[in-house]
Design a protein around this ligand. Sequence first.
Ligand code: ARG
Length: 606
Amino acid sequence: MKKDKYKQQFAEATAQAFRNVYPEIYAKVGDGDNAFSTEFIYNSLETPKDRSMGRFAFPVFRQAGLLKDKPPAIAAKVADETTRILKSHEGDQLISCSKAVGGFLNGQVNPEILAGETLRKVIGSSNQYGNSDIGKGKAYLVEYSSPNIAKPFGVMHLRSTVLGNSLRRIFRKLGYDVVGINYPGDWGTQFGKMIVAYEKWGDEKTLEGNAVQNLLALYVRYHQEVEQNPSLDDEARLAFRRLEEGNPDALRLWETFKKISHAEFDRVYGLLGVEFDWVYGESELNERMEPLIERLETAGLTSISQGALVVELGDDQLPPLLLRKGDGATLYATRDLAGMVYRWERHQDFHESLYVVNSAQSDHFKQCFKTMALLEEAEGVPLDERMSSRLKHVGFGMIRFGGKSMSTRGGNIVLLEDVISEASRLVREKIKEKNSDLAGIDQVAHEVGLGAVIFAQLSVRRQRDVDFDWDKVLNFLGASGPYLQYTHARLRSLLRKSGLEISSDVDYRLLVADEENRVIELIADFPQIVTDVAEQHEPYYIANYLLRLAEAFNSVYQRKDDEGNIQKIISDQADLTAVRIALVRAVQVVINEGLYLLGLEAPEEM
Ligand code: ARG
């Protein structure tokens, strides 16, 4: 990793200060890598909660025992010495001073240098700001969406789609060769049910017109009738068997279900602006399961339990993985195992392979990953070459509408499209109130309505459930997608109004207000945020960051001078206007790029 030069200068000065204040300690600890070295200090730097305390904080508790002194006393002595060293630094004084706060040494960056460097970088690189090449030459697989054929695209698959799409964009920004995978459920016993339902209650007309709705109605009816008539399930098993054996009628129906569903899914992805690099359904693994089962058998990992072929996982938290039922049918897990091998064959040595799938399936993934690990171990694959250690389940919570979660079986489902069009309709009304003659209002309303729906999924940590509340997700002034889009549009409008050519060659000394420095620090944090998101697979950090940035900027905008006059961005002082416009441009670039990384559009005007 490239070193942050601000941190480096602070760590160097602090290490030197320890040496000056406590020369005798080095007789004890030596000169190498110890709790007083630049390296150690650099790696221990924390971010103070209250950023007015400084940009980094170094806790001195570890040193207290060795120095036989109290942390606040150590901090006070070392801070003074550090500041003295920093002031005498030749070349750029990136850090202006070190302050003792309790047992911490807090480094303050030189705001003028940070402002100049940061804004020049952002303005010069525009939407490339925060790009990195840490992923260069490495494949990153991300599976998301993966809805089921012959069922509508409900909101349950929305969160996976939105999370995965965002992760794909983020990993790309970091230079990885990202493969976005969609793995629709197009195989399994539910197709037996669909075939039975179609043969009993459907006809040609079912497959025309609003075919997706008609198929859903069949599906719901099946689940109602089976309550009265459990033998339907036996018929369904037979029907699926026919499909597996390649019966032409069964196959034809299945193909039709698939075609109808895919047309529907593609429309939804178009609406959402979501893309994939590789799409294959569960059925594509049919030929790949037998060889996988043989590998497991050869490795001595399988056993028979109540007639079924299983893998015992040697873990009392996990039930055995079921490979093949007594009647010979393979399962969802069997296909996932075959799929892991398939992905590895196609993208050998991938850096990681993610499964963005709701947390209800977390045991399923634990079982599959464990099985793969046992297999590689049994086959003697060296540790650093194992695929199994690069598989990750990226789980997430439910979406609730008015406290209800969604299930297809009960027919109690909220269609994604209905949610999006309702959101656009409500946004359109709001825009009409404010800006009644906005050009292209329908497109903007669509982008903002969609923004509301997407942002609602990403603005809470992924493991938490989302409570979808119309007032909250559409609030132009609250923690919502529309709020960020609206802030962005206002920045654009300021830039247009200024009539200025954006330049980063401005007088940064004029940015003196705390509010402005706060914004600059946030902008300087952006590249780090992007990296953190990638490490934690948590786009929420970007969502949360953008809200903080927008808020920080809004307080610059509303700042009053001593006489209570609002400090205008655009004033008759040319130098001041120029530097403030540079700041506005930088914020606009970062919000624009942040929204892009989350999967939201950033309209120019709204
Ligand atoms: N189609 C499945 C479902 O809707 C999700 C598939 C998740 N991906 C996987 N590799 N198992 O429940």
